[in-house]
Design a protein. Structure first.
Length: 288
């Protein structure tokens, strides 16, 4: 079967994630679509950035949501990767991208592309994030019934079931993807640097969200299941049951050749990867 390949935060193995260079490389790599993450800035602009904080992937610090877009545009969001950026992909100062910028890059590609927008929650602005997204899309000429914007097929994702349900009131469920990931309290403790009690409370909230997200898939209230590849490996009987029930899948982040083979063998329609060109070659070679 044909697989649609989405570039995870762009071609982010090659260039810094969610940057102009990574997105342009994804288009050059022939990706079928691009996956991005969006937050609201302090002045309510939709910006493509993964983490809630600036520290890991920029020379800034603090929360993305506490900064205006102009403040974020002053940051270096690409040098941490240690890779020079070709002049045609812009300079270091041009790498932070708004959702509007990304849509313009994809319009200019001149071919059909998918755009998978992940809404990052919990947002300090609550469902204002979804409202601003919908307001922006409607102003650009997006058609909610087909979820098309010019040459771009839009879809929307979140780990947060409330965000998915909120969007379902504004568009057909077939364009919504419920993301899934197992909850590991020890990993949470290491990554969030929290005490045992706080980690336990956060893990409990995440487990409830996961259970509710699985319920949305069971009830076919979304058109796409979006598990991580580790979740797939850990829940194969459930995954096979969903497949037999006709659920479509968009699996992330599929970089390892063995994971690519697993996704191919299971027949997943969409694969999200940091390495779109390499994954495409592996899948095409397997069909020969």
């Amino acid at each position: 079967m044909a697989h649609r390949i989405y570039a995870h935060r762009g071609s982010s193995e090659q260039y810094a994630e969610n940057t102009r260079a990574a997105y342009l490389q994804a288009i050059a790599d022939g990706a079928d679509g691009i996956e991005c993450d969006v937050h609201l800035t302090k002045d309510r602009r939709l910006v493509c950035f993964h983490d809630f904080t600036l520290d890991r992937t920029s020379n800034g610090t603090g929360n993305v949501s506490d900064h205006t877009l102009d403040e974020l545009l002053q940051l270096d969001v690409s040098s941490w990767k240690g890779v020079p950026i070709p002049p045609e992909y812009g300079g270091t100062a041009d790498q932070l991208v708004t959702l509007d910028d990304l849509v313009d890059l994809m319009r200019a590609a001149g071919r059909p592309l998918g755009l998978a927008v992940e809404l990052k929650h919990p947002s300090p602005y609550g469902q204002e994030l979804e409202d601003e997204l919908l307001k922006y899309l409607m102003a650009e000429g997006w058609d909610p019934d087909t979820s098309r914007l010019d040459n771009i097929q839009m879809s929307f994702m979140s780990f947060h079931p409330d965000a998915v349900k909120y969007l379902a009131d504004n568009m057909p469920g077939e364009y919504l993807c419920q993301l899934l990931d197992d909850i590991d309290a020890e990993e949470l403790k290491a990554s969030l640097m929290m005490g045992e009690l706080t980690v336990g409370a956060v893990a409990g909230l995440l487990r409830r969200a996961l259970s509710e997200g699985e319920g949305l898939i069971e009830e076919h209230r979304v058109g796409l299941a979006g598990p991580g590849v580790d979740y797939v490996r850990s829940h194969l009987p459930l995954i096979r049951r969903w497949l037999e029930a006709g659920m479509q899948f968009r699996v992330w982040t599929v970089d390892d050749p063995q994971d690519v083979k697993l996704c191919r063998d299971l027949g997943f329609g969409e694969i999200t990867t940091n390495r779109p060109a390499e994954v495409r070659r592996q899948l095409e070679t397997a069909r020969v």
